[in-house]
Each structure stands twice: as structure tokens, then as C-alpha cells.
Design a protein around this ligand. Sequence first.
Ligand SMILES: [Zn+2]
Length: 98
Amino acid sequence: MCVSCGEMHPKKELLRMVKTPEGTIELDLTGKKNGRGAYICKSLACFERLPRAGKRIEKAFGCKLPEELSARLREEFERVRQEESAAAAKGAEPFGDG
Ligand SMILES: [Zn+2]
């Protein structure tokens, strides 16, 4: 379930976020980091509404999500998405010169 919109989605359509021992929350791109995790849609809209997902966030992480942290998660997500589309574009090239 997405912690932001609360809808059920297949896991491959969700991104894992994890609360580190230091108490910050970050994207877990490998899905293997230790810590309390929560899932969110791979959708910018869901990152944008994270600050309003108060109760679900508290349930998932046992704490509130500070606004600057949700802004940082959103930036990280945008970066990851750009990298993914860059990688996809690269993979689509019929001939590499490497
Ligand atoms: Zn969602």
C-alpha cells in the first residue's frame, strides 16, 4: 500500500522508503535496507502529497515526516526518475560504441 495515497498497488509499482537508525527517512532503491519501511507510488503526485499523509506516515515510521525531509525525498525521486529514463534511452540505442 502506498503511504501517501493509501491505495494498493503491485510492489513493482512502488518504491520503498526506509527510516535509518539515524532517524532520517530515505529512498531505498534496492529494497534491502534495514529499518522501518513504507511504500510509495512511483508517482510525483504521491511525493507531493507526502506532507499531507500524516497519519499513515506516523503509522509506518512511528514519527512525523518533517516538511524539509519530504521535499528532499521528492527531489531524490525526481533525480532517480531522470536517471532511469536516461538509462532507458541508452538501452534503446541499437549500437553502442563502448
Ligand atoms: Zn500513491
